[in-house]
Ligand binder design. Structure first.
Ligand SMILES: NC(=O)c1ccc[n+]([C@@H]2O[C@H](COP(=O)([O-])OP(=O)(O)OC[C@H]3O[C@@H](n4cnc5c(N)ncnc54)[C@H](OP(=O)(O)O)[C@@H]3O)[C@@H](O)[C@H]2O)c1
Length: 233
């Protein structure tokens, strides 16, 4: 089977849904997942209903992938949730949810993907960070911290997996119009966009452009990197 096998988390809607359509269109076999069922379908797309922080379900997904395809070439850890709240009024339950989904979920998929890719001596892992971390956005302390943890994981894993020809990189989007940011007041979003070097919202294509670069077979000397969109650094 020469079609790339690409696993994407959080594919029910938003950026993950777009990436599923995009990579199926490019000839990949896409395996996706989300907590709820999807109301769309695609050829060469298989969906798993799971929570990315549930270790048993994640291991089961990888068992199914091994059985059906024998390998995974690309893993895109897109699933994520945000909590926009002042730290002083953020309940512990929210902190747990954000860390579980964003950090633990990314960790579990990196670990299981790493095991499978190691055997095949090839792999590309792409994680999701956010400009909220370098911009130190007020009201996003927990979300920004969860993504800072993902960045650190990405950088260390890049070293641990380099001997196996596996690269691990990250992309940090600026605001992109999805449900994730719909509850944030427009003035706040406009102020954020003004702090970017390029003052516009991100588009889905800006994300797939960076991921295309990372998962390109020629990018085998690119690892442990994080690209923020919009000129944020
Ligand atoms: N949009 C932005 O402005 C922006 C900016 C910077 C970074 N990002 C990052 O980009 C990624 C995608 O965000 P988005 O804007 O597309 O968000 P979104 O529209 O809210 O979609 C999130 C997706 O993740 C899934 N998901 C959430 N929690 C999950 C869990 N525990 N297990 C499995 N799936 C889960 C959701 O499906 P279910 O609800 O069915 O589980 C949904 O498909 C996130 O990592 C986010 O932090 C986005």
């Amino acid at each position: 089977m020469d079609k790339p096998i690409t696993l994407i988390t959080g594919t029910r809607k938003g950026i993950g849904k777009y990436l599923s359509e995009y990579y199926v269109e490019k000839g990949h076999i896409v395996i996706g997942c989300s907590r709820s069922s999807i109301d769309w379908s695609l050829p060469n797309y298989k969906h798993f209903e799971l929570d990315v922080s549930d270790e048993k379900s994640v291991r089961n997904l990888f068992r199914c992938v091994r059985k059906e395809y024998g390998r995974v070439d690309n893993v895109i850890n897109n699933a994520g949730i945000a909590s926009m709240n002042h730290a002083l009024i953020t309940p512990l339950s929210t902190v747990n949810e954000v860390l579980k989904t964003n950090f633990i979920g990314t960790f579990l998929f990196c670990r299981e993907a790493g095991k499978m890719m190691t055997k095949n001596k090839y792999g590309r892992i792409v994680n999701f960070t956010t400009v909220a971390t370098p911009l130190k956005l007020e009201g996003e302390a927990v979300y920004a911290a969860s993504k800072a943890a993902i960045l650190s994981l990405t950088q260390v894993l890049a070293r641990e997996l380099a001997p196996f020809n596996i690269t691990v990189n990250a992309i940090g989007p600026t605001p992109i119009e999805t449900d994730l940011i719909r509850s944030v007041p427009n003035e706040k979003m406009q102020a954020l966009v003004q702090r970017q070097a390029i003052n516009r919202y991100g588009e889905f294509q800006d994300v797939s452009n960076v991921i295309d670069f990372y998962i390109n077979k020629k990018s085998d000397f690119i690892t442990g990197q994080n690209i923020y969109l919009g000129g944020v650094s």
